[in-house]
Design a binder for this molecule. Structure first.
Ligand code: PBG
Length: 336
């Protein structure tokens, strides 16, 4: 007679060997789940971004080749962000509506030379405005004018669709923009262009390196306007549900949560509230913090990277926008 055999339930049996663990893995991250954000420049040579180690702005002439290379790695989607010449910026961001601006040229370039690439194009005015806000300011300069901004975004979305983007991705957080963009696209016959709505975009401190990458101004705190007057309060959860469901109702094809890592509960809430596919944006600061810690020798880059991506998928995201996409896919291919 052996001793009392308790505990009777031993969960470690299902973790006992690599084979059992592989067989019972619930969540996976494959290159097809990832979308690579790409910064585009008019410069001749790639421009490394100090706060995003391993990421450079890509010259327009090299962009299509990069997209084709990503597809061979299994990454079908790219999100394009232009670095606009500061001399082209104005308070109203009129350059956004210039038919030969860098963003539109980049879309045409990718569509013609790497036609299989799925293009997500950001719709917001911040790369084009001198003040760095995502919209047009009111006359007194004390607020972002919601409805005037939406009007401009609809025009921008239409130009973007005509240039060949598969999805327009409003990232501005103005009210009513998804419905207005959907209607504008439909009236112009662009019924097959999709909308990836940045639905729950938080006023986050994790966007710092991105603003370096596109050279957009960093609107200072509350003086006179804060991005918190349109982006969501990080303290709020039910509001994200309202934003997400409203965008679904307004005609979004995919809804997004941003940032990702600090908002896994929001991803899960939306996953349970809608059957639409959900995207999550692992933003620039999430990428930069792992690189910074790894450079100190304090964290292992690949293992922490993989764990964060897995957590975002486990929370319920179908696709992830991440600066790690290419590196992840290369390691994925090497693992066989
Ligand atoms: C702008 C936009 C931002 C990001 C994507 N689109 C910055 C902002 O709102 O200030 C951030 C992405 C990142 O940090 O990686 N509309």
């Amino acid at each position: 007679m052996s001793a009392d055999p308790s505990p009777a339930l031993r969960l470690r049996r299902l973790r006992a060997s690599a084979g059992i663990r592989a067989m019972l893995t619930e969540t996976t991250v494959e290159p097809r789940h990832l979308i690579q954000p790409l910064f585009v420049t008019e410069a001749e040579a790639p421009e490394p971004i100090a706060s995003l180690p391993g990421i450079s702005r890509i010259p327009l002439t090299q962009l299509a080749a990069k997209c084709a290379e990503l597809r061979l790695l299994g990454i079908h989607g790219v999100a394009l962000f232009p670095k606009i010449d500061p001399r082209r910026k104005t308070a109203e961001g009129a350059e956004a509506l210039n038919p030969s601006n860098l963003a539109l040229r980049a879309i045409r370039e990718v569509k013609t030379k790497s036609p299989g690439t799925v293009i997500f194009a950001d719709i917001a005015l911040d790369p084009y405005t001198t003040h760095g806000h995502d919209g047009i300011l009111t006359e007194d300069g004390q607020d972002v004018d919601n409805d005037a901004t939406v009007e401009s975004l609809v025009k921008m979305a239409l130009l973007t669709a005509q240039a060949g983007a598969d999805f327009v991705a409003p990232s501005d957080m103005m009210d009513g923009r998804v419905a207005a963009i959907r209607r504008g696209l439909d009236l112009a016959g662009r019924t097959s262009t999709g909308i990836l709505a940045y639905s729950a975009k938080y006023a986050s401190a994790f966007y710092g390196p991105f603003r370096d990458a596109v050279g957009s101004a960093r609107p200072a705190g509350d003086a006179p306007i804060s991005k918190a007057s349109y982006q969501m309060n990080p303290a709020n959860r039910s509001e994200a549900l309202r934003e997400g469901l409203l965008d679904v109702q307004e005609g979004a094809d995919l809804i997004m949560v941003k940032p990702a890592g600090a908002y896994l509960d929001i991803i899960r809430d939306l996953r349970e509230a809608t059957s639409l596919p959900i995207a999550a944006y692992q933003v620039s600061g999430e990428y930069a913090q792992l690189h910074a810690a790894a450079a100190q020798g304090w964290l292992e880059l690949r293992a922490t990277r993989d764990e964060t991506l897995l957590a975002i998928r486990r929370a319920g995201a179908d696709v992830i926008l991440t600066y790690f996409a290419e590196a992840y896919a290369r390691d994925f291919a090497a693992r066989g």
